[in-house]
Design a protein around this ligand. Structure first.
Ligand code: CMP
Length: 135
């Protein structure tokens, strides 16, 4: 018997290149790469744009997490205990750990240039995860 799905997730239109960037970012992330094709498509549809000026902290270490991000433009520093661990550029997903594992943010993320992120709320992310099940 077919399982009926009742997924009411708002979609945000975006161009082909943006869709490709988000899709590849989700698929290459160690913690998200087991998402099904339909879950990836739903995440891509649901993500919306957020403009991030240079110097802004997108994530602060130790806080509770409410969003998952994909870098669409710009460059971002990963900072832990005051030390810069590395940089994340276009096509990288981040902020997945607190969202997936219900833990506090493991590092801070700071924009080192003006940029643009794609983002999805934790509640929407979880709705999509539950909609088709994650293996
Ligand atoms: P989260 O803990 O939700 O928020 C901070 C994010 O930084 C984390 O998810 C990862 O996406 C990312 N992150 C944490 N540690 C590292 C690291 N050593 N290198 C790159 N990214 C990291």
């Amino acid at each position: 018997m077919a399982v009926s799905r009742d997924l009411k997730v708002a979609k945000h239109s975006k161009d082909f290149r943006s869709r490709t960037v988000i899709k590849e970012a989700l698929m290459e992330n160690d913690f998200l790469k087991n998402l099904s094709q339909s879950q990836v498509r739903e995440m891509v549809d649901a993500m919306h744009e957020k403009i991030i000026p240079k110097g802004v902290y997108v994530i602060r270490e130790g806080e509770l997490g409410s969003h998952l991000y994909v870098a669409g433009e710009g460059e971002y520093e990963v900072i832990k205990d005051g030390k810069v661990l590395g940089r994340l550029g276009v096509g990288k997903a981040f902020g997945e750990l607190a969202i997936l594992y219900n833990c506090k943010r493991t590092a801070s993320i700071k924009a080192v240039a003006d940029g643009k992120l794609w983002t999805i709320e934790r509640t929407v992310f979880q709705q999509i995860m539950q909609s088709t099940g994650m293996k």
